[in-house]
Each structure stands twice: as structure tokens, then as C-alpha cells.
Design a protein around this ligand. Sequence first.
Ligand code: GLC
Length: 620
Amino acid sequence: MGNRKGHQTDINLPGREYPSAVREENLLDDPLQAVNDGPEAGDEAHERRIAWWREARLGLFIHWGPYALPAGEWNGEEVKASYSEHIMLRARIPVQAYEEMAERFNPTAFDAGRWVRTAKRAGLKYIIFTAKHHDGFAMYDSRISDYSIVRHTPFGRDPLKELAEACREEGLVFGIYYSHAMDWHDPDSQGNTWDYPGNIGAYDEVESWIHDEDKRSRFDQYLHRKSLPQVRELLTEYGKVGLMWFDCGGKLTREQGEAFLTTVHALQQDCLVNSRVWKSPLGDYANTSDNQLETRAVRRDWENIITLNDSWGYKKSDANWKRPDAIIRQIIDVVSKNGNLVINVGPTATGEWDPVSESILLEVGEWLQANGESIYGAGASPTAKPSWGRCTLKGRTLYLHIYDRPADGQLVVPGLLSRVERIYPLAGGEDLAFRRQGAQDIVVFLDDGLQIPDGKPVVLAVLCAEAVQGNPVRLLMDGPGSPPMYELGVFESEISGSALRYDTGKKNRDNLLDWSDPADFAFWNIRTSGPCTFTASLVYGCGADGGGSYRLEASAPGQTLRQKVEPTGGPYEFREFEAGILHFPDAGEYRIELHAERIEGAYLMQPRQLRLTPAAKSFI
Ligand code: GLC
């Protein structure tokens, strides 16, 4: 799997690329560590705990707390923060004022059964509910602190208990989110420096307080006085908890993170713990960053988390909704890499889901109703990533998720070595004709009825006669059946070197960065099914502080292209530049490498994508 030497992938960077405003926006979101080693494959307790989760694949996050009341506005003004649950931090609301606001929280329309049934209709198999977020307010009846929905509000009910019971009734797994490191209400925790100026700041690294006796010991007191005891309550008073989802564990020392892990397992052996309890490799599985779109699976078990708009908590002004078809593709993409996807809803202060969130989720649920077989309990396929979509696998069935229907109706399934028995549309319909093309590929003949309605992928099931064998190397063709263009993203490339690394994978951050060492390079392995020729172009961003020249090198005779890096107006202003023609003389496997020839600024450029246009198409 290429060279991983010292690389941290997908991290949220401190440092030069992100102005502090951007960093603050993403701050309380733990980076994914490029650690490949989670629990050992032979760890029986882990295997037993995680079995339901691998089957479930999809979960619902519920971010609900008093922050639903201001819903992103304070004193009549919109607070500059995309996450509404961070309002206390971002508007520096004094504890007393936040307490007064929370006293008015009275969500009388809350109906746990209705929430859980909607989650079920949406095809989601587990729920993660915020028992306490960074604001320190307990959404359950805590005996450790009176600062809770039961004792601090007129509502007086325990929604966590009601949700746990509703999940049990409906057969969903119940999970609990608990912000263990940060608590803006507590005088000894982290984050609130406006009421408690001597405290650890929300953006402070562990290194900044670990040698400070006062900060360290008071924080430790908070952990032992409130955080760990509340975790114990949650694991003893609400029945079986399937998952404890901790947050911002990067703000703890490893020992502190381990204390939470041990506490959970001492009380409930079979309860899963996510990696944000500290950071990977701790926990049963790794989390990505929030809303990370491009992901590289670095651990066997991992989970991606997305919002429906831009906020986790309910936010009045946020209408930046994701489309149901985009969410469906994200589900497929994640499962095609063996991951789980958790989708969030932020209920309102009355205790209801806003109608837009509900309708998006139900639309996703309709697709899952017909196609869920390709998602639940499914995982990565050993075959190659196709240009028209993705593949998932379960048993000896391969599922083809078609995002883009090939113009000629001939769908090439790349790298499928096993014998195929039959191919049929999962949502119903006639078997499809197919034939083998060469030793490694299959061509399926799509009938005209198979279209992609509203961008929602059509799924074909390919039943194989034996365990599915595949070649994962991406297939490029030039001629009949080839798409108008192949896009090879840098997250699909392997990187080699000391400085070059993957960006966060969030929106518009799907590039490589820190290309300051000329010895570093990125490469893609590809396979061709015959002689072929492509026009190659590179998409990258480069500010005034970067520049130089690069070299694209294919492992075929004489295939080296050299180009000067052009400024694009900024490292994240991506533009496409033609590099030249690449020719592959025969069917076979090749490697395409992207090297620095000369670095003239602080970095060469930030590459995002290699585009290859088949020559046959470019002459049309
Ligand atoms: C981040 C945010 C938090 C949200 C969580 C969900 O840690 O701080 O508000 O709960 O991500 O992934």
C-alpha cells in the first residue's frame, strides 16, 4: 500500500495553509490519524463487539440540546459559526446567561417513538444521541450535576431514557455521544476562558498545559469529578449501550483517553468505543473528520460522519442542504471502502425534526428499501474502481452501483476474475446479458429502461459462481466503452516522501499539500486493456508563494511530460492545465508518477486530480 513513512493523512492542519478563522471553524473536530493499526484482527472481544456494527453500516446522529433554542442567533444577531451547538464558545456567552437561556428549554413536542420510527424508515440501524455536548448540559437525569434537562428546565423528562427504550422497542442499536474532554460550563474543564481565564483554551494543544501544574490538576479533577462519573451513570442506568461516541479526545493525554476506554469496558464489555476517545489507534474503530468527503480507509473499521446542512445542532438560517442523491453516493462510497456512515439530524427546540431533514432522510430510506442488500453487511470489493460508479461486495455477490450510464449502454466491470452466473437489477427487472472481455473484465449490456433517475444510482447484482476474485488496479480504455474522461483523484494515489501529504478531504480540500521536498512524489497504478492514448491534464492550485515545474512519468517507453507550474491565484484555487499526450503501447499494468522537477517557492503546487481524456474521444 505504498509508502506511509511518517505520514499523517487527512488531518486538520494547524499551520500556514489555514487562516485562524478556518481553523476555528473546524477546530473541535478531531483529525483522522494515519494509523493503520487498530485492534488486532485476532482480538476476540473486539470482533464480537463490532459484528453488529459491520452489519449495520448506517447510523443516525442526533445533536440535541439547549443550543436548539438560540439556533445560531444571539442577541438578535447571527453568530459567525457554522455549528450551532458551538454558540456558547463562539459568542463567548457567560455561563449564567447560557444557564438562563437553558431554563427556557421546554421541548414538549418530543416523541422518542416517532424519532426512532423515522430513523428506521430512513434505513438507519443505530442511533447516537448527545447525552452531553461541549456546553456541559446533560440531556438525561444526572445525579452528578443538576445542570440537566430534567432538573434545570420545566420539561423535566429524560429524553435519553425515552430514546433508549424506543430503540429497544424498534430494534435499533442505542449509542451515546458524550463530550468527555470539553465542558464549557465546568470551572475546571477546557474551552471556557471568558468565565474562567485560568483554564485551558478551546484551541490549546495538550503540550501547552501538560507541564502546567494548575491547569493539569484542575482538568484532572474535572475528569474525575464530572466526566468519568457521568460516563458511569450512562453505562449503568440506561440498559445496554451499543456504542459510546466520545469527542475531541485529542485534547486528552493518552492515559486520560485510556481511562475512559477502561471505564466503558469494565461496565459494558460489548459496548463499542470510537477513536475520538483519544485518537487512533485507541477505540474499536477510527472516525474521519466531520463531513470528510474524500476518505482513505486507514483502519479495517472506520466511520464517516455527515451533517444534512452545515450544522450538527439545529440552526435556523442554515439552508445549505445536501441532496438525497449526494448522500446516497456518500453511503455507497463509504461502504465500498468497508466503512460506516452516520448521518445527523438536529431537532428543533420544540422537540421536532424540521421537515426538510425528515424528507431528505426518508428519500434516502426509499432508495435503501429497494437497494439496501448492497449496503447492509456489505463491504469492499476486490475488483477495480469503475469509471461509472462504485462496487460493493457481500458473500459471492458483487453489487454494481451505476452513477453514470455509459452512452452506448455497455458497462465494463473492471477486474472481475471470477465466473459469473447471473446479473440482474437489484430493484427488480429482467436478468441482463453479459460477456467476458479478455481475462479480467466483464461487459454487461444495459437495457434502455435502466436509467439513473434524479442522480440516484441504479444497482446491479452480479452473482458469482465462487468467492469473488478481483484485480483492484484501475482500468483505462481508449475506444468503445471508454468514458469521456478518466478522473484520477489524488486521494486514490499513493504518496512517497517526507513532507507531501493528503489534505483533510473536506469540501475543496481534496488535494495534496506541503510539497516542499523535491524528492516526494505521488503515483497511480493503472491497467490498460489494449494500446491507448490519452491527453493528460493536471488540476492543481498554486499561490504566489508556490511554483516550479513538474514531471508526469508513465512506465512506458518515452512517456515523460514536463511542465511549468502556473499560478492559479491561490493554493485552493484549482485549475486544469494540459500536460501533453501519454501513450500506452499494449494491454498491461503501468504506473503514472507525478514528480517535482524543481520547487521554486515554499511549495510546488497542490495537485488535486489527474485527468486522462481518451484520444478516441478527443477526436470526436
Ligand atoms: C465535532 C464538533 C461537534 C460535533 C462533532 C460531530 O467534534 O465539535 O460539535 O458534535 O464534531 O462529529
